[in-house]
Design a protein. Structure first.
Length: 575
């Protein structure tokens, strides 16, 4: 595998760009050589980084069975380790052989340990079995044998089983949450394990009264008391329309606190004082829970009007402090289109259940033990364009075709400081307008199927789509500042406040990556260019992984008919 493609060109262009902007000389950016993805790969991502190396997961399909008339495939993965200093490849471990008979689930890091998770379905007894095996980080080989972690048992064939593997708030435990769909009521099974895969206590079973078709789990949170918080979105069918998924409308949030025995402790009230929650996030901060939510003044939740923050007792769910702040709508940013987006015509997907479109992205503890929240205005839409061209020859023959795109709109960044007492100290709006358009099909030509999990509200049990690649933003916290990174056109280099005019960014190959430094105490922030994407595979800050004062990120040259080119980089940040 050749990794010496354009390396010196990248560094030369980067040097010239930095030299032209002396203010960014303190930011250290390093890139690896370019390399190509595995044939048949569906994606690559940084899953972990520490002093021992940078670990990448490359997902792809492996041959499962072969027949005279064709073949079937199963999901598999490759683990790639890079040297943390030189970013040269240490090893590449393909698990196709080890996964024979099983379906790849994920690679999972916890407390300096690495595990490979996979599933095996038994049609004989209608059970889905989850297995795990340790991976040696030094050489990428499996250590020991597969170990059965859990088994979900269907009551009938019509049921589907979904599950999620996640760490708890301090990454000391593994939380395994499963659900059965197709039942009359929602049922969830929660199992906690330590870093050695040993069970901690008995599994927790939670049920609720909602119809599975009108209730969507947005996330689970687990407190230091052992309690579980279930955050869900309740929907209803639009009046006068058929009971189909496309006619579901968001009704309200449902947030409930359960004890370790699965008994509900409290149903936390969401819509209060004429404020209707549009999007929310519950996190643990110290010995308290913080509920942050964007709200609307209208019951239909068509607009986001402000931010609500509440401090909760994790043992009882009681509200300790509640505060809110309205968004300033007096300054409206005008967006100039760059003309590169597909025109809206024909069928366009409605944003099911989506009313407000501000999404919580990151939470950081400030030096005064307050909380800094980063959120983003985000939406996804499906656009289909139709073309009709008259054919040469006699008659009025026409050739009709259509093209369908998934458009990802990543817009303004909202930066909020919550004091240790639960008050909102400041709220800033940083204008940004990115559009990433991905072809997903059409009546002619090649197509790529969309993944589930789009939109600001997503199903907790559905794998999040890797898109958008180039839009969005990444961030990392220093001692006193948060460093925010995103791709933007150079026309917007000086934009810091709403109310002016900005240009939409959709041609990311001609963009640059910018850094915004936000002081966590004062709320003051500045902006500077960091590097250009013009001569490297386009960087993907949104998918970066933070470790200490370094953000690890990838760049990809996405190709439809050839192997995509990948580059790995680091951004070393200092306050």
């Amino acid at each position: 595998m050749s990794r010496r493609v354009h390396h010196y060109t990248v560094l030369t262009v980067l040097f010239l760009f930095v030299a032209a902007h002396p203010s960014i000389a303190q930011s250290k950016v390093s890139w690896s050589d370019q390399f190509k993805m595995h044939k048949g790969s569906s994606g690559i991502s940084i899953v972990y980084a520490d002093n021992s190396g940078i670990y990448l997961q490359e997902t792809h399909d492996a041959l499962k069975t072969y027949f005279v008339v064709g073949a079937t495939v199963r999901g598999s993965a490759t683990l790639v380790k890079l040297d943390p200093l030189t970013m040269s490849e240490r090893y590449r471990s393909d698990f196709d052989k080890e996964l024979k008979g099983k379906e790849f689930s994920r690679l999972f890091f916890i407390r300096d340990k690495l595990y490979l998770f996979a599933t095996e379905y038994s049609s004989k007894d209608l059970s889905l079995n989850l297995y795990a095996v340790a991976v040696d980080k030094a050489n990428g080989s499996l250590t020991g044998d597969w170990q059965k972690i859990y088994s979900w048992q269907k009551e009938d064939k019509s049921e589907d089983i979904d599950f999620q593997i996640a760490p708890n708030s301090d990454s000391s435990r593994i939380i395994l949450t499963g659900t059965y769909t197709g039942r009359a009521q929602n049922r969830y099974e929660i199992k906690m394990m330590d870093a050695n895969l040993q069970p901690l206590g008995k599994p927790i079973t939670i049920t609720n009264e909602f119809d599975p078709k009108t209730f969507q789990v947005e996330r689970f949170e687990y407190t230091s008391f052992g309690n579980a918080i279930l955050v869900g979105r309740v929907y209803q069918y639009a009046e006068g329309k058929k009971k189909k998924d496309r006619n579901l409308e968001f009704l309200n949030y449902n947030i409930r606190l359960y004890n370790p025995q699965g008994k509900m402790i409290r149903d936390i009230k969401t819509d209060i004082d004429g404020k209707f929650l549009v999007n929310s996030k519950v996190i643990q901060s110290g010995n308290e829970l913080i509920l942050a939510a964007f709200y609307s003044d209208e019951k239909k939740r068509k607009e986001v009007d402000g931010l609500l923050v509440e401090r909760l007792d994790p043992a009882t769910g009681n509200i300790l402090v509640s505060t809110k702040q309205e968004l300033d709508r007096s300054k409206v940013t005008q967006v100039q289109d760059d003309g590169d987006a597909p025109k809206k015509s024909g069928d366009e997907e409605e944003e099911h259940g989506l009313t407000g479109n501000i999404v919580f992205r990151s939470f950081y503890v400030a030096p005064d033990n307050g909380l800094v929240i980063l959120a983003e205005k985000f939406r996804r839409e499906i656009v289909t364009t139709y073309n009709s061209m008259q054919m040469m020859g006699p008659g009025n023959m026409y050739h009709n075709s259509s093209s369908t795109y998934a458009n990802y709109h990543c817009e303004d960044i909202y930066m909020v400081k919550v004091s240790p007492g639960g008050q909102i100290d400041w709220l800033h709006d940083l204008p940004k307008n990115q559009l990433e358009s991905v072809p997903i099909g059409g009546s002619s030509g090649n197509s790529m199927g969309p993944s589930a999990g789009f939109g600001p509200s997503y199903n907790y049990f559905v794998e999040l789509d890797a898109r958008p690649f180039y839009a969005g933003f990444g961030s990392i916290a220093g001692k006193s500042k948060i460093h925010i990174f995103f791709n933007d056109t150079e026309d917007n280099a000086s934009v810091l406040q709403p109310g002016g005019r900005i240009r939409r960014t959709s041609k990311f190959a001609k963009s640059s990556c910018y850094e915004v430094d936000l002081d966590m105490l004062t709320g003051k922030y500045s902006r500077k260019p960091l590097f250009t994407n013009r001569n490297i595979p386009i960087s993907m800050p949104r998918l970066g992984v933070a470790l200490n004062d370094i953000l690890y990120l990838t760049g990809i040259e996405d190709r439809s008919f050839a192997k995509s080119k990948i580059i790995v980089g680091t951004i070393a940040c200092t306050d």
